[in-house]
Design a protein around this ligand. Structure first.
Ligand SMILES: CSC[C@H]1O[C@@H](n2cnc3c(O)ncnc32)[C@H](O)[C@@H]1O
Ligand SMILES: [Zn+2]
Length: 434
């Protein structure tokens, strides 16, 4: 057995307490062996965690990682106009190679900001899976389907692709990749397609992930045409099961919160994207009080505009208080959970907790910073003060992905250069005269 020890750190436990301890990892099995004093002695490899906080690696519960290539491409519009006028035309020009390059850029940013697992909805999934395999993260991947504005044949093809991808890539990258069936949303996929393909996804045994109740514009047509709220409609279509998880859940009423809690369906809160697109404020405190599993996600870098889960954590705390009109809402301990175990549970991953036998997915944050001084409460720092650049080491599945801010699995400058070039070419293809 080859072991890795993180020594001298302060370790965030699942009950939101912090203890001084070492962490011993079985690199071959990718598991935490032990958490306790003086475990560094016989380890094959050691990582210094002194003056550092050792936390579970952050779990980004909803992303479109390749959209990193579209960061700053179109800002300051609401969701519908942003997608239709800017994003979808640009995505129409994206090649498989662009998606690979954009995914590598996003994965680089994730590693540098302590994220070890994420859920992703996009197209050209084989390229994203290859990038994940290379970068060393854990991911639940899926092909996003939109049927509106497609003819019947095109819509069926897209649905079939989502099923095929879910089947083919489940368990890839030595089990680090799992999959889901991913209809884009309840308004962009026709009812007849959901009725035909949701049962097929169930047969495959993969979860279903989709955008839900992100804006009022997504709620009204369903209420008008179907006579029920969107999540009741989703339940009718068989898309509200314990293994499923939805992104956003901004405009949910009490009946829908009840449905989510009863079904065990997870909600991934994306506060930065919701604020930037002015979509609204998700009732995170109310959902948590009702027993809904809530996680945290960045959404894509084009609506965020970064992939830092620590930024997202602070946004969730701040927006949660504003939404509830209560400074006690979404406190630091809740944010620590959203960032780690909350997202992991929603995605059906075992990670998100530092305990013996858990997957060895960790982030180590350097506390020797002015903005992290003094150290009254390290959970408070995690929620309110820490930033991506404080992440010192990132470990996933027992492998060191970043050591002392040097990313070991991707070549940072080459990834950035390829992304700069691909983004420039893309913009020239979309707007040839500019
Ligand atoms: C069909 S693949 C996924 C699809 O989703 C688009 N997208 C990115 N951000 C959002 C968002 O906040 N709400 C809805 N859809 C979003 C992305 O551009 C892809 O086209
Ligand atoms: Zn999204």
């Amino acid at each position: 057995m080859t072991t890795l020890a993180l020594t001298g750190g302060r370790v965030l436990r699942p009950d939101a307490t912090v203890i001084r301890a070492d962490v011993l990892i079985d690199r071959d099995r990718g598991e935490i062996l032990e958490i306790g004093p003086d475990l560094g002695g016989d380890a094959v490899e050691t990582l210094d965690a002194s003056d550092s906080l050792v936390t579970p690696g952050f779990v980004n519960g909803h992303c479109h990682v390749a959209m990193s290539l579209l960061r700053g491409y179109a800002d300051d519009k609401p969701l519908d106009a942003w997608l239709r006028e800017d994003i979808w035309p640009a995505e129409g020009e994206l090649t498989a190679e662009d998606v690979r390059v954009g995914a590598e850029l996003g994965l680089l940013e994730m590693i540098k900001s302590g994220t070890t697992a994420f859920a992703d909805m996009y197209f050209h999934v084989p390229e994203i899976a290859a990038a994940v395999e290379e970068a060393g993260l854990r991911a639940r991947l899926g092909h996003g389907v939109v049927t509106v504005a497609k003819d019947e044949e095109g819509a069926h093809e897209d649905m079939e692709t989502s099923l095929e991808v879910a089947e083919e890539y489940d368990g890839a990258a030595d089990g680090r990749i799992s999959t889901a069936f991913m209809p884009h949303s309840l308004t962009t996929v026709g009812a007849e397609y959901l009725e035909e393909y949701v049962p097929k996804a169930r047969e495959l045994g993969v979860p279903i992930h989709y955008h839900a109740n992100e804006t009022e514009d997504e709620v009204t047509p369903i209420v008008e045409e179907e006579g029920v709220r969107p999540l009741a409609y989703a339940a009718e279509k068989g898309m509200l099961e314990a293994e499923d998880f939805v992104a956003h859940g901004v405009h949910v009423d009490e009946s829908e919160i009840g449905l989510l809690a009863e079904a065990g369906t997870g909600v991934i809160h994306c506060p930065a994207s919701n604020m930037k697109l002015a979509s609204g404020m998700a009732p995170v405190q109310r959902m948590r009080e009702a027993g809904v599993t809530v996680g945290l996600g960045t959404d894509g870098a084009a609506s965020n505009n970064d992939l830092s889960m620590l930024d997202e954590a602070r946004d969730a705390a701040m927006l949660g208080k504003l939404a509830a009109d209560d400074a006690a809402a979404v406190p630091a301990e809740a944010v620590a959970e959203l960032l780690t175990a909350g997202s992991a549970d929603a995605l059906g991953l075992e990670s998100g907790r530092l305990e013996e036998g858990a997957p060895a997915d960790l982030a180590v944050l350097d506390l020797e910073k002015a903005h992290l001084t003094p150290r009254h409460d390290l959970v408070s720092h995690l929620a309110y003060a820490a930033a991506a650049a404080d992440v010192r080491h990132t470990i996933c599945d027992g492998q060191v992905l970043m050591r002392d801010r040097e990313v070991l699995t991707l070549e940072e400058s080459a990834v950035r250069e390829r992304a700069l070039e691909a983004a420039e070419d893309l913009a020239a293809r979309v707007n040839p005269t500019e």
